[in-house]
Design a protein around this ligand. Structure first.
Ligand SMILES: [Zn+2]
Ligand SMILES: [Zn+2]
Length: 358
């Protein structure tokens, strides 16, 4: 039995429960969770904006130590320090064969099947991970080793926010040295975009958020210009970019208004990359004339367009070498009973990434 925070239905409160977690089957590993970041997607899953089979143990941004392995697992051993990946590509579907493993047709299959029970009732692993628990069982494809120089508490954030944000800059948008970048929304993903932009050698890095504290945090990570939310963004941006607009904008919010403001803040031919996961009620509109005239690009980035088996080790290398400051992304640390409070702070837009240490 291990302790876990269980959600029975969308909108309900999380409850602490004893999870009956079976030993790992063939191709699976059991991991003792060191830390799990509280991601905005957990909140969306808890509220029902994003769908997930229930009851569920949420939490998908985790790192920990391997406790035991199932039959046929040779790449990973008990005692290994690992980061968990919530979207492990199958390596065999059409998208994987095309070299687009972030769009794998089977990467979220595990989330649809129960992996444990509470009082005899089947429970699902949130986004295939189940990180808000003392231990979990996942596919061996979902774990990657963490170098000794990187603390597990920092490595946890690589599993979602950092791969999404840094990947969006380096892999999806392919920002070049000297280019100007706008980042709207400074949660764990937005701050990772800022760090990715610095890593790419971006020239100006403009940031927007409603929290002055987060703007300050972004400045300490390399942002050059902080803009408070609520102003006329495209105008503010043009005033700072020789009236052209930025080369790249990153929407890390997922609202129609922020996506539209990003698009209008880019230069002619500029690129907007959407990382925020919005709801289907959010409709973004463009006139046919402006689409042609501005020749701008609008694209989405799923998991930073990354291949976890290649890009997670690369990002961890950057962290080990000090080129990424993962520690700066970490805010409060709470126990399994502190997740509800972390959700509330997140809705208010406060604080850096909260870490749950079971
Ligand atoms: Zn996430
Ligand atoms: Zn696949």
């Amino acid at each position: 039995m291990v302790r876990a925070a269980v959600l029975s239905a969308p909108g309900e409160a999380l409850r602490l429960a004893e999870l009956d977690l079976p030993e790992p089957g063939p191709g699976q590993v059991r991991v003792r969770i060191a830390a799990t970041g509280v991601c905005h997607s957990d909140l969306s899953l808890a509220k029902g904006t994003l769908r997930q089979a229930m009851p569920v143990v949420l939490g998908h941004e985790s790192a920990g130590t391997v406790v035991s392995v199932g039959d046929g697992v040779t790449r990973i051993r008990p005692g290994d320090r690992v980061v968990l990946c919530w979207a492990p590509p199958c390596g065999a579907c059409w998208f994987c064969a095309e070299g687009e493993p972030w769009l794998c047709a089977h990467s979220s299959d595990a989330a649809a099947k129960p992996y444990a029970t509470v009082d005899g009732e089947p429970v699902h692993p949130g986004l295939s991970t189940g990180g808000f628990a003392e231990e979990t069982v996942v596919s061996e494809r979902a774990v990657l080793p963490v170098p000794d120089a990187v603390p597990l508490e920092h490595a946890a954030l690589v599993g979602c926010a950092v791969m999404t944000g840094v990947g969006a800059v380096l892999k999806t948008a392919r920002v070049r040295a000297g280019q100007s970048v706008l980042v709207v929304g400074l949660g764990g993903v937005g701050l990772s975009v800022v760090q990715g932009a610095r890593l790419a050698g971006a020239g100006r890095i403009l940031v927007v958020d409603r929290s002055p504290d987060k703007l300050e945090l972004a400045r300490s990570m390399g942002a050059t210009d902080a803009l408070e939310a609520g102003g006329e963004l495209p105008k503010q941006v043009r005033a700072l970019t020789e009236r052209r607009g930025v080369d790249h904008a990153f929407d890390c919010v997922g609202l129609a208004d922020t996506i539209r403001a990003c698009w209008s803040s880019t230069r002619r031919g500029g690129v907007t990359t959407v990382l925020g996961i919005g709801s289907k009620e959010q409709q973004v509109t463009f006139s046919a004339l402006e689409l042609f005239h501005f020749a701008r690009v609008l694209q989405a980035s799923v998991y930073g367009s990354t291949d976890p088996s290649i890009d997670i080790p690369t990002v961890l290398e950057h962290a080990a070498a000090g080129r990424l400051d993962l520690g700066a992304l970490v805010g409060e640390t709470v126990g399994l009973d502190g997740i509800a409070g972390a959700f509330e702070a997140m809705e208010r837009g406060q604080g850096a990434r909260t870490l749950v240490v079971p």
